[in-house]
Write a protein that binds this ligand. Structure first.
Ligand code: NAP
Length: 274
């Protein structure tokens, strides 16, 4: 009998997780199927219990369910620290919560040849995505600076992240100075995301050759931030890599199998181009 996996969200129609995971299952010849279900916050507990009762292989969660889900799982330590769940594993009688967003971002950097320990990493933004990325990178001994438009949010996140590693907070006033002294610059804000496609917080004159510039935004694929980075001869990474690699980590957690990342990445790129 087929094993069923799913993503829950509200809205969830846009999710590329089904095409990404189904491409991996097909490539590996696994008798599994991945679906998307619209689930409201108030129904989340029942929907998780139902999936477990029906023998689902695992779940992903997207907006707005990631924080609410903490009340229905045993979170692993990283997921607990981040305060959000994006992957649920059903193991024996347990419902375990994981967060693979930060691992996805870190693996996107290491695939590009970045060495995380001792790197000076500037994270632009202090929202949900920034939280997962900052915890992961600080825990892996990077020197993290979190710069946000609302500096109080950067300070609050820095205080939390400082429990696991080195982090400091800033506003965006001296963004040029912060970028200049960083090895890696990561945009975790929604600036540059469709329809705001002509905007970027950082321009080419602030960046330098060899610097790694990573945008979590994947719509459009080449954001203004990455276009500016290319002008400065920086090394660029787009948001598809994080999307793919967080999914690959979920797949590994559920199945114990290392999935075909290239197949998953292509499925996401094809899905975005439709
Ligand atoms: P979020 O929690 O709403 O956080 C948004 C962040 O953007 C906040 O730090 C906010 O600053 C900042 N921001 C928004 N407009 C701004 C502006 N005009 N100028 C400066 N800063 C601005 O959102 P999120 O969930 O973290 O997602 C952020 C982006 O990451 C989205 O584009 C999302 O699609 C992308 N993402 C990608 C992946 C992936 O797998 N590639 C995964 C997760 C998220 P304030 O605090 O000052 O409001």
């Amino acid at each position: 009998m087929k094993t069923i996996y799913a993503v829950y969200g509200d809205p969830v129609e846009h999710s590329l997780s089904p095409v990404m995971h189904n491409a991996a299952f097909a490539k590996l010849g696994m008798d599994c199927e991945y679906h998307k279900f619209r689930v409201s916050k108030s129904d989340l507990g029942d929907a998780i219990t139902g999936a477990k009762a029906m023998g689902f292989g695992g779940l992903n969660l997207t907006i707005p369910l990631k924080e609410t889900a903490l009340g229905f799982v045993d979170p692993d330590p990283l997921c607990d620290a981040i305060g959000a769940v994006n992957t649920i594993e059903f193991r024996h009688d347990k419902v375990i919560g994981h967060n693979t967003d930060g691992i996805g971002a870190m693996n996107a950097l290491t695939l590009e040849g970045c060495v995380i320990p001792n790197s000076r990493i500037l994270i632009l933004g202090a929202g949900g995505a920034a939280r997962a990325v900052a915890f992961q990178l600080a825990e892996h001994k990077a020197y993290v600076t979190i710069a946000n438009r609302t500096v109080e949010r950067a300070i609050a996140l820095t205080e939390n992240v400082s429990r696991v590693g080195e982090a400091c907070a800033a506003g965006l006033e001296d963004i040029a100075g912060l970028v200049a002294e960083s090895d890696i610059v990561i945009n975790t804000t929604s600036v540059g995301m469709y329809p705001d496609i002509n905007n970027t917080l950082v321009t080419a004159d602030m960046m330098h050759q060899g610097q790694v510039v990573f945008d979590l935004v994947y719509n459009p694929l080449e954001t203004m931030f990455l276009k500016e980075a290319n002008k400065a001869n920086a090394i660029t990474i787009d948001g598809v890599m994080m999307l793919t690699l967080q999914g690959a980590e979920s797949f590994r957690i559920w199945t114990g199998i290392k999935p075909p990342v290239d197949v998953m990445e292509q499925a996401v790129r094809d899905g975005l181009n439709k």
